[in-house]
Design a protein around this ligand. Structure first.
Ligand SMILES: Nc1nc2c(ncn2[C@@H]2O[C@H](COP(=O)(O)O[C@H]3[C@@H](O)[C@H](n4cnc5c(=O)[nH]c(N)nc54)O[C@@H]3COP(=O)(O)O)[C@@H](O)[C@H]2O)c(=O)[nH]1
Length: 733
């Protein structure tokens, strides 16, 4: 064991260490003295077990082991040392007085390396000790050498294995790469190697390409002289072609992007070229270009492409002295369909419309979708506006038949505005502006029509835009008012109801009729907010009349589709009733027939919620819509209002009279009340009286009038004897 050294003293090289095992302390003392005197470090143990214990912590170079010891004798101790891997190699010299052959044999059999007889000659013992320590040292050094040799071999194997791995990995990468890889030997000007993808791009078998001269391959013929390529590679170390196109042996054409870089292997200069097929990139670019130019839903050209085609069309027409027509289409009621039936049906309708449009167009016509329900057709090579008009008629005819989507059957009209090059503008944007103006006019004239642009329409369009601006804040500025038109009992001329009709007191233009500004409010999404104001005002007014003790009559408020589907109408009605204190039975909501387009759960549910509150529901403009009569049974209605277009012709036209007769019969069968609208003459009234129509509304009794006049009428009703209707008209018309 290495003794602790005083501070500052260098440790001497480790001394050979000897463990002496003897149960006789006198023997031990003697031996220790001799051994230490000869430069050995000595450990001692007084018995076999103690020796084994010490050897757990020490690794002496030699053990001197007494044979005859109490407890575990020397032989047994030696056997145990040999059995333990940690002590197996420590040489053991037995010291014993037994000198018979058997004892000596036993000593060697137990694993001893030598034997000294007691009493021993100290010099002999020292000589044996030195020899065995030298032998052990030599053995240890040999083993160390063997081990380092083995470690070296193993390390080399490891490096070789990892080189093989790396080579395999790179080979695999090379072979399975998505890009083609071609290795050129710049000195021999041959193909040194290539991967399967490269062979695929070249459309040549791999083995046929490997080793070939560059000049023999069509790819290099396409790129230029092989010698020039190699020279450039030699000089600059790299080369790049963004697109390299050539015809392959199988007669197909391929385009690749190529990047070559050189590297040295030993004395050879190689160049690795990566060939990337640019077809996928070109397809993606084409797709992006397509998406940028087309409408994703219908696949029709979008505004950008339309404007481009239009400007080319105008240029051609200028050259050929022909005309270009621009038709701007707006699908009537589309917003309503989208809101009520959902975007799925809305989208399906737009797709179907685009198909039908395509079916009536010539190759030289460009259909486009600008967004929403706005479609445009640019028609080239026209000889005049009559051609554009006949195209408009063909389009309207194509869109006329019913559209079927699942359980929904829809009919959709189109308003079309037409502008012509050169008459109405000589640029795409001027033509589009003119067509837009004409389209608004077509819509105003009654939907489902077309209109050619004329310069006076510009003024109408300008007025439209001015009014749109003026409408902002009109409600807050108190510019809206309600007029009321009585609904009257045919039997006794008493007023049964008052229809609330919205009026706009424009600051400079005076009173503006709702037919002009309600579509504007709808267009700008303001009808929900203004409709709420109408509801609230009508309820407060009716409650105030009742509070004044005037006869109780119902007040009828018109609801637009926008209010019904987007405005949380149930809550708006409840708020109006709560705030005014009006009993619900005195409020009637007039729903237009177009609302019944959607006879789905939503419509029925909202109607039932309104009905459950106790308000009355009536169906306005009855007979003008295109929905089935079946909804009359499904919807919880109280009243239908026969549209004034029927009343107008009721006296002169038999078939109209027959329709009104049927409507009244149907209403009776379904237990619905009926009001005939637009009654202007005594003859119409008489006809309706004969048909047992219970109530009428129209100029014959009164136009819509201001609050004060309605109050007069209600007071007259309180006091005067009720006269027949025609007599009543004199005071109020
Ligand atoms: N959603 C809302 N719609 C409203 C509201 N206020 C009005 N309107 C709708 O605007 C349309 C035009 O209304 P208006 O100009 O007031 O015309 C009404 C009557 O003046 C007119 N009428 C009544 N009697 C006669 C007649 O004998 N002859 C004749 N030529 N016209 C007559 O009819 C209009 C009322 O029609 P209706 O509503 O169908 O009962 C109109 O569609 C209004 O609904 C509003 O607050 N919200």
């Amino acid at each position: 064991m290495t003794p602790l050294l005083p501070h500052g003293q260098d440790p001497s090289p480790a001394l050979p260490q000897i463990l002496v095992v003897d149960d006789t302390p006198a023997n031990l003392g003697l031996l220790v003295d001799h051994l230490e005197a000869r430069g050995y470090e000595v450990l001692v143990a007084l018995g076999g077990q103690e020796a084994l214990d010490r050897l757990r912590y020490a690794q002496p170079d030699l053990i001197l082991l007494d044979v005859m010891m109490p407890g575990m004798d020397g032989f047994e101790t030696c056997r145990r040392l040999r059995a333990d891997a940690q002590t197996r190699d420590i040489p053991v010299i037995f010291m014993t007085a037994l000198t018979d052959v058997d004892s000596k044999v036993s000593a060697f059999a137990a694993g001893g390396v030598d034997y000294v007889a007691k009493p021993f000659q100290i010099e002999e013992l020292i000589a044996r000790v030195r020899t065995h320590i030298a032998l052990r040292k030599a053995r240890v050094e040999l083993m160390a050498q063997k081990m380092s040799l083995q470690a070296e071999v193993e390390a080399r194997h490891l490096v070789e294995a990892s080189l093989r791995d790396s080579e395999l990995r790179h080979r695999r990468l090379f072979e399975t790469a998505g890009d083609g890889i071609l290795v050129i030997d710049c000195d021999a000007r041959t193909i040194h190697d290539l991967n399967a993808q490269c062979a695929h791009i070249l459309a040549m078998p791999l083995d046929e390409v490997r080793g070939r001269y560059l000049d023999d391959l069509p790819i290099f013929a396409a790129a230029g002289d092989a010698r020039t390529i190699v020279d450039t590679l030699r000089q600059s170390g790299e080369m790049k072609w963004s697109e390299w196109t050539w015809e392959r042996p199988d007669a197909t054409t391929v385009s690749v992007e190529v990047l070559c870089t050189t590297y040295r292997v030993g004395h050879r200069l190689l160049a690795q070229c990566t060939l990337r097929d640019v077809k996928a990139r070109k397809e993606a670019e084409a797709r992006i270009r397509y998406l940028a130019m087309h409408d994703a839903l219908t696949g029709l050209p979008n505004r950008t492409l339309l404007m481009d085609r239009l400007s080319h069309g105008i240029a051609r027409a200028r050259r050929d002295h022909t005309q270009v027509g621009l038709l701007l289409l707006d699908l009537d009621h589309f917003k309503h369909i989208n809101d009520s039936l959902g975007h799925f049906v809305g989208d399906a309708l737009l797709e179907e419309v685009s198909k039908r449009l395509r079916s009536v167009l010539r190759d030289s016509d460009t259909p486009a979708r600008l967004g929403g329900d706005e479609f445009v057709i640019a028609a080239e090579d026209l000889s005049g506006s009559a051609d554009a008009e006949s195209l408009a008629q063909r389009i309207q005819a194509a869109l006329e038949p019913d559209f079927h989507f699942g359980s929904h059957t829809l009919r959709i009209g189109t308003s079309i505005g037409i502008s012509m090059y050169p008459a109405d503008g000589d640029s795409p944007s001027a033509l589009l502006q003119a067509a837009d103006t004409a389209m608004y006019q077509a819509k105003k004239n009654g939907r489902g029509t077309y209109r050619l642009f004329t310069s006076d329409l510009t003024m109408a369009a300008e007025r439209w835009h001015t009014l749109s601006n003026d409408l902002y804040g009109a409600c807050e500025r108190g510019e809206f008012a309600l007029h009321y038109q009585p609904q009257v009992s045919v039997s006794d001329s008493s007023i049964t109801g008052l229809e609330a009709l919205l009026r706009w007191h424009h600051p400079t233009e005076g009173l503006i009729q709702p037919a002009l500004f309600i579509p504007l409010l709808e267009e700008h999404g303001r009808m929900v907010e203004v409709g709420r104001w109408v509801l609230r005002t009508a309820c407060l007014q009716n409650a105030a009349w009742q509070a004044q003790g005037l006869p109780k009559v119902r007040v009828a408020v018109n609801l637009s589709a926008q209010q019904f589907y987007r405005g949380d109408i149930v809550r708006a009605v409840r708020d109006a009733l709560d705030e005014s204190g009006l009993a619900p039975e005195w409020l009637e909501l007039e729903l237009t027939e177009s609302l019944t387009l959607d006879d789905t759960e939503v419509t029925v549910r909202v109607m039932e919620e309104l009905k459950a509150m106790g308000v009355k529901l009536s169906l306005d403009d009855f007979g003008t819509g295109w929905s089935s009569l079946g909804y009359l049974r499904r919807f919880p209605l109280d009243r239908i209002k026969i549209d004034r277009s029927f009343v107008r012709d009721i006296v002169n036209d038999h078939s109209t009279a027959a329709i009104v007769h049927s409507i009244l019969g149907l209403a009776r069968d379904l237990n619905l009340d009926c009001v005939a609208e637009g009654v202007e003459t005594a003859e119409q009234l008489e006809h309706l009286r004969r048909e047992n129509c219970a109530e009428i509304q129209g100029y014959l009794f009164s136009r819509p009038v201001e609050v004060a006049q309605i109050e007069d009428l209600l007071r007259q009703m309180q006091t005067a004897d009720v006269a027949t209707l025609p007599q009543k008209k004199s005071g109020t018309r």
